[in-house]
Design a protein around this ligand. Sequence first.
Ligand code: GUN
Length: 169
Amino acid sequence: MPSLSVLNDLDRPAYTAALAHLFEHSPWVADETWPRRPFRDAAHLHAQLCATMRAADPARQLALIRAHPDLAGRLAQQNQLTPESAREQTVAGLSQLGANELASFQNLNAAYRARFGFPFIICARLNARPAILAAMQTRLANTPAEEHATALCEIEKIARLRLDDLLQN
Ligand code: GUN
């Protein structure tokens, strides 16, 4: 497992490979942050990764948001999540839903996607199942711009927890 000093010394491809999974299916965030090294600590590295994400144009940010799986969605049902996503959904209690709850998630996922054109993003590891369902309902009333901004904030939280896992293991 890389310590920060090891990460700081990696060449660009190796560093990008080590951090690629922090932003779902979006290694460009890590790659384009490489020139900002050395990183003092996890918080500094995370802040620089987030700065790269926020400096990207809105279309690229939208592609990043769209790279996330639905919570309790089709990919989860078919065991096709990335290892990180599978863990996040399990921690949130989404891997063992009863039929009624599964239907609630699927209906809300569909309503959210129909309204905003991207999946509902919340840091699943920081929210239990009832909080996620409540947030899905309340956030449906927001504007697309508000939800784009909220999704980026939640992606930052997801990335921080994934980074902490990486540096601790
Ligand atoms: N989609 C909504 N929330 C999450 C999350 O916490 N992790 C992943 N991978 N996808 C999500």
